[in-house]
Design a protein around this ligand. Structure first.
Ligand code: ZN
Length: 207
């Protein structure tokens, strides 16, 4: 199962929390664009990331329609968690100090997450899994906070956390897997290309 709790940190587990922060475009600007508008959007994102399967999506959508207040509360919790994770890793990307209140918030979420971690036996082997027995509206938050914990405690991966160098406030966070840690952009064809074009423009203008 993907994103099981307490796996040794690997790229897939650790990068999930940054993928979540990237559900806002222009995150570092004054006019961020929210890609998750409601609980259904959150659930669709979670399915895309294999945090829930199609059967769980069906059940959770039904529950969300039945308990709209609870689904709304989970949605707001998800956004709070996402913004906390964003602040934590954006400051780490700039070699700054993480705010204690953000770490406290994450720790509170981790207590809730790990309360849902179980050891199961599969073909004679034991492994960590998230609790499957109850349909919890906020079950997609468990692997997300776990991902942030895994990334924070992986010296190797944490040192590779970076943020798009775009000066308009792209804000995209990533784990730089390049050999010489030279990644600067969310996408070389997007912000990277724009920066190249601007350099080219300035060069041709100064001639
Ligand atoms: Zn960018």
């Amino acid at each position: 199962m993907k994103n099981s709790p307490n796996l040794k940190p690997d790229y897939e587990v650790a990068s999930l929390c940054l993928d979540f922060t990237n559900t806002v475009e222009w995150h570092a600007s004054n006019q961020p664009i929210e890609l998750l508008q409601n609980y259904a959007d959150l659930l669709a994102w979670a399915e895309e990331k294999h945090l829930v399967d199609s059967e769980q999506v069906r059940i959770l959508n039904e529950l969300a329609n039945q308990f709209r207040g609870k689904a709304g509360a989970t949605y707001r919790k998800a956004i709070d968690l996402r913004e906390t994770i964003y602040r934590i890793f954006a400051i780490i990307a700039r070699d700054g100090m993480v705010a204690n209140e953000d770490l406290h918030y994450l720790n509170d979420e981790l207590v809730k997450s790990y309360a849902n971690a179980r050891i199961v036996q599969i073909e004679g082997e034991f492994t960590w899994m998230w609790r499957e027995d109850v349909a919890d509206l906020d079950r997609m938050l468990w692997p997300i906070s776990n991902s942030a914990a895994q990334l924070l405690t992986s010296k190797e991966l944490l040192g590779r956390v970076g943020q798009c160098a775009d000066d308009r406030g792209c804000g995209y966070l990533f784990i730089d897997l390049s050999k010489n840690r030279s990644r600067k952009w969310c996408d070389i064809n997007d912000c990277g290309n724009r920066a190249k074009q601007r350099r080219h423009y300035r060069k041709t203008q100064s001639k």
